[in-house]
Design a protein around this ligand. Sequence first.
Ligand code: ZN
Length: 215
Amino acid sequence: MFVGHYAGALVAKAIEPRAPLWSYVLACQAVDIAWGGLIIAGVEKVSVDHSLPGSALVLSHMPYSHSLPAAVLWSVGVATVLAWLLKLPRRAGLFIGLAVLSHWLLDFLVHRPDLPLLWTGPKVGLGLWNHAVLEQAVEMGLLAMAAASWAWRRGREGLGWGGPVVFLGVLLVLQVVPLLTPLADDPVGLGSSAIATYLAVGLVAFLAEFRTRKD
Ligand SMILES: [Zn+2]
């Protein structure tokens, strides 16, 4: 799952708009940003199997990023740090934490059983990746519904459309490109491209909101 995770960010922004969009956008992928770093460091393990449907990733060991207790800890940690740095109201901090946690729940929907319920197991995942077309439809559907709730909120606030259209357009491009380019079995490459992509989307979110305020 890639763009589907941003549904968590957009719903949070729709419900609690006092945190900047970029903070929700980074929060909803915080677990994968951590995964990228841990993969590069060799602490967590990934390989690639192109015979698998949906996603070629074999996520054999990721207790510190994608176990349920780790996701809860990332949620509390990221929410605390961002709320403190950005001097956010408590409710906005809470929604940043929920955006972080939404990552694990959405991964649970699509991953094959590779998400540890405790630090190392038992491993769970409903495996929607095994039904690649359905998985893409669910991701796009979640994003579309979340974008609609965000648009509704922005309409109420009298904000323009330029920023959101750019943001959603970039997400759609980033969803399609990996479908056309097979992944290399290179953990350092996978981790660094994941981190670069998530930070770039955070930057687009920052620019989209910055631009919109001036609409
Ligand atoms: Zn993930």
